[in-house]
Design a binder for this molecule. Structure first.
Ligand code: ZN
Length: 191
């Protein structure tokens, strides 16, 4: 059984990016996360916790570590001002083996998203610590989880905020795309 922790990037009082029509990243990600969590079975167990606020990184790591996840999927959307057309998957890890597996997972998730919500899509790699324009930092997951069962960790940006992201059909398809990509990667891992 592959244990996958879904980390909704925002929740509760933390709205994340806000689109031009008032649509919040938090609300899109919450729905996509629930659709994704409902797709467990057939060798994959999804674990999702609703976020109530922006937790401290330590609290977030402690929560995720409890489950000894094989995979961590962080879900986000970008601000509407983002210049890329569609999904981006970040993978980052100081551990070389895990970095390679994460990069493969990023590829298969992008392919899944491409076939479910359209492309173009691309993979970016980044250091595991990323800085926001305001100077604050976020996403330090793998370094803290080093030494645990974690096999791969990626951050999925589903694309710049767009009104269609409010549609249940889009949210469901996005979740299907991530799930399809993850399952393809799991098959490769098992070979
Ligand atoms: Zn975000």
């Amino acid at each position: 059984m592959m244990r996958v922790v879904i980390e909704p990037g925002h929740g509760g009082k933390d709205p994340g990016a806000v689109g031009p029509n008032g649509l919040c990243e938090r609300d899109v990600i919450t729905e996509v996360s629930h659709f994704l969590a409902s797709k467990g079975g057939d060798g994959i167990e999804y674990i999702l916790k609703r976020r109530t606020a922006f937790p401290s990184l330590a609290a977030l790591f402690a929560w995720m570590s409890r489950f000894k996840p094989d995979v961590i999927l962080s879900l986000h959307c970008d601000s509407a001002a983002a210049t890329h057309a569609s999904a981006i998957v970040w993978c980052y890890d100081p551990d070389k083996d895990r970095y390679c597996r994460s990069a493969l997972l990023a590829d298969t998730i992008l392919a899944g998203l491409c076939s479910h919500i359209g492309g173009p899509t691309r993979v970016l790699t980044a250091p595991y610590l990323r800085r926001r324009p305001d100077g604050s930092t976020y996403m330090l997951l793998p370094g803290v989880l080093r030494g645990r069962a974690l096999r791969a960790s990626v951050l999925v940006e589903l694309g710049p905020m767009h009104p269609r992201m409010a549609e249940v059909e889009w949210q469901s398809r996005a979740a299907c795309g991530v799930d399809a990509g993850l399952r393809r990667w799991v098959k490769q891992e098992e070979v």
